[in-house]
Design a protein around this ligand. Structure first.
Ligand SMILES: *[C@@H]1O[C@H](CO)[C@@H](O)[C@H](O)[C@H]1NC(C)=O
Ligand SMILES: *[C@@H]1O[C@H](CO)[C@@H](O)[C@H](O)[C@H]1NC(C)=O
Ligand SMILES: *[C@@H]1O[C@H](CO)[C@@H](O)[C@H](O)[C@H]1NC(C)=O
Length: 363
């Protein structure tokens, strides 16, 4: 039996190489490591069509410069308890595309147990765009990620556009920590036309510089966040613009979270033209007291990660009666400019501490 499988894959491998020298596009329809390696080496255009990736395997694509990768049909991953990622892509000048009929169906419900990354089953991160340079990913549909959906990490010059992350099923089936897009140790990242239905951050910028988020639609999660920043091996966020976005029925709207007792910096951040609707807990929350170990705030801010040059403009909308419109708890912040902030409906109040003089904001 085993012998048969090995023979089969060799034949397929030879076919793939032959095809690549003839056709511009190499289409892969079954997961096979050798075929994928051949395609990486020999094909300018690779289509992954309806493949099922075995349990505990990363679909690992280290693409040649200029490769065009297309997802087609339904791609699935077998269940296995591990950290993942389930897919990892690196390369320079690459284009990652989803065909109109495609879906990356993670089937996260197989892992979901309401505990997210904090216990229960070990849940893999889904998609790591790791070491991408001057590259674009567009028209990607991720369904039901087990854990975080997409990480853009150690990358420079990435455009992620028309990304749709649908984890609605997680609302009733125990989805948790299903972050939309996380940015880590990356520069020059543009995220635009993003739609996320999930149960954690829509976007979380954890570290990096020159990051734009424009035209995001976030529903059901924890909002558009910076952080948590601090306590890791890279603790700087600088030059961020988040604009023209909507956040609905989420725990938070706009959030910056820095780690208690840690060092780092959050500099030159602008949020503008953001609409909030029916936010559950905090319309705007800027807090410098996050305990990275327990995942809870300490209630006391420390000054190791000052939030400098922070503009908020035209942030409007509603918080539920059970929530707080604006909550600020920071230390040694400076150069804040807040204007046209109109967040209403929240029946509770919380601290408003550490806002620099002349910032134009009250809680
Ligand atoms: C990223 O931005 C920096 C600073 O603006 C620039 O020097 C660098 O060339 C950019 N990298 C890419 C890949 O665009
Ligand atoms: C602040 O960040 C924005 C958005 O990334 C950028 O366009 C601008 O050049 C930055 N300003 C400075 C002084 O670096
Ligand atoms: C405020 O932001 C909303 C949402 O993006 C936008 O529709 C509106 O035009 C903005 N208002 C101003 C005065 O810029």
């Amino acid at each position: 039996m085993q012998c048969f499988i090995v023979t089969g894959s060799l034949i397929l491998g030879i076919l793939a190489v032959t095809r690549s020298s003839l056709a511009a596009t190499c289409t892969i329809t079954t997961y096979n490591e050798d075929i994928i390696k051949d395609a990486q080496a020999n094909c300018r255009e690779i289509t992954l069509n309806g493949i099922n990736v075995p349990a505990g395997v990363t679909l690992d694509l280290n693409l040649n410069q200029g490769t065009k990768l297309t997802f087609q049909g339904t791609l699935t991953w077998e269940f296995y308890e591990w950290d993942g990622p389930l897919i990892r892509i690196s390369g320079t000048d690459v284009e990652i595309n989803g065909a109109t009929d495609h879906v990356l169906d993670v089937r996260g419900n197989l892992w979901w147990d309401g505990k997210g990354g904090g216990g229960g089953k070990t849940k893999p991160i889904f998609f790591s765009a790791n070491g991408l340079k001057n590259s674009i990913m567009r028209n990607i549909l991720v369904k039901n990620p087990a854990n975080h959906a997409i990480w853009i990490e150690d990358s420079d010059g990435v455009v992620a556009e028309d990304i749709y992350i649908d984890s609605k099923d997680g609302d009733t089936l125990g989805g948790h920590n299903t972050d939309g897009i996380n940015v880590w140790r990356s520069n020059n990242v543009t995220i635009q036309r993003l739609t996320v239905y999930n149960q954690d951050d829509c976007v979380a910028i954890k570290s990096g510089t020159n990051i734009l988020v424009n035209d995001a639609y976030c529903s059901g999660g924890h909002g558009l966040s910076i952080g948590s920043v601090g306590g890791r091996d890279y603790n700087t966020v600088a030059n961020v613009l988040v604009s023209n976005s909507q956040i609905l029925e989420s725990d938070n709207g706009v959030r910056i979270k820095t780690v208690y007792g840690a060092t780092g910096a959050v500099t030159n951040v602008t949020y503008e033209n953001i609409i909030l609707k029916d936010i559950n807990k905090f319309g705007i929350v800027i807090e410098g007291d996050y305990n990275i170990d327990t995942g809870s705030p300490t209630g006391v801010a420390t000054d190791g990660i000052p939030i400098k040059t922070f503009t908020m403009k035209n942030i409007t909308g509603t918080v539920k009666k059970s929530g707080v419109n604006i909550y600020v708890l920071v230390k040694s912040a400076s150069d804040w400019h807040w204007s046209s902030i109109d967040v209403t409906g929240g029946g509770k109040t919380k601290k408003c501490e550490g806002i620099p003089e002349g910032a134009g904001v009250t809680c």
